[in-house]
Design a protein around this ligand. Structure first.
Ligand SMILES: NC(=O)c1ccc[n+]([C@@H]2O[C@H](COP(=O)([O-])OP(=O)(O)OC[C@H]3O[C@@H](n4cnc5c(N)ncnc54)[C@H](OP(=O)(O)O)[C@@H]3O)[C@@H](O)[C@H]2O)c1
Length: 243
């Protein structure tokens, strides 16, 4: 495979946390980084990155659950580039976090967490599939669904918190596998990837990894992907997790 991180890349949730760091690390070497977020006008750090890399970083509005905005973004990518080498489905929410237990979990939290963490990346991948296929025909392309080890059903032991989040990431894992099977014959490699426990708003300050280290690992794994990796549940350091 040629290196998809040097091509046209689209990142969701790129105004802070891991998404912002992805843009920071991709900007110097990618041909283009389409950096999406819900509120571009308020994305101060992202706009500063775009100003520092005006030929590469392009900020676009995307609330990932808004299918009209997905359609608009698809048109932008199609008209400007006609191809997409790497889709980083990064945007996510923690549902009710530690307060989300068997006794407290609510319908609205469950449904909204599924919408953002599972349904939205799946429909964005489908919308962009023609451009991913187009890149694959000329070399390679990949989709990385940023999931979590908390979505591993096999590793879930005993009672727990983060119930909506865990279930939504398990759903994302299944959708990743389905996307992998759907797109592999066209040369598009889809993987689910756990970024590690990372110091972001979601991960908190006690997390083990800096965003810099996590994203450097994620991009190294992307560079090493082969067609045989399609449908795997990987970690930022190249390990593999049980479903
Ligand atoms: N940090 C960790 O330890 C850890 C561990 C495992 C997995 N992950 C996963 O890594 C990914 C990034 O997490 P993070 O740690 O960087 O979290 P974060 O700091 O909370 O950032 C989340 C990002 O997602 C965006 N987002 C949320 N809902 C959105 C929506 N409906 N439409 C568009 N963007 C939306 C946020 O935008 P706004 O600013 O507009 O809210 C923000 O840019 C997530 O998928 C998360 O589940 C993180």
């Amino acid at each position: 495979m040629t290196d998809p991180t040097e091509g046209i890349v689209l990142v969701t949730g790129s105004n802070r946390g891991l998404g912002l760091e992805m843009v920071r690390q991709l900007a110097p070497s990618a041909r283009a980084v389409i950096a999406t977020c819900r509120r571009p006008a308020e994305a101060r750090e992202l706009n500063a990155l775009a100003n520092a890399h005006p030929e590469t970083v392009q900020v676009e509005k995307l609330e990932v659950t808004n299918t009209d905005q997905i359609d608009r973004l698809r048109s932008v990518v199609e008209e400007q580039y006609g191809a997409l080498d790497l889709l980083l489905n990064n945007a996510g929410i923690n549902g009710g976090g530690t307060a989300d237990t068997f006794d407290t979990v609510e319908m609205e939290t469950l449904v909204q967490t599924f919408r953002v963490n599972a349904a939205a990346p799946h429909l964005l991948t489908r919308a962009l599939a023609p451009m991913l296929r187009s890149s694959a025909a000329d070399g390679s392309s990949a989709v990385v669904n940023i999931t979590s080890q908390l979505g591993s059903i096999a590793n879930t032991k005993g009672r727990g918190t983060w119930q909506s989040y865990k279930a939504s990431k398990a759903a994302l894992n299944m959708l990743s596998r389905l996307e992998a099977h759907e797109l592999r014959s066209d040369g598009v490699v889809v993987v689910a990837m756990h970024p590690g426990w990372v110091q972001t708003d979601m991960g908190g300050s006690n997390a083990h990894l800096t965003p810099e280290a996590s994203v450097a690992g994620i991009l190294d794994v992307v560079r090493s992907l082969t067609p045989q990796d399609a449908g795997r549940f990987l970690t930022h350091d190249g390990g593999e997790l049980p479903w």
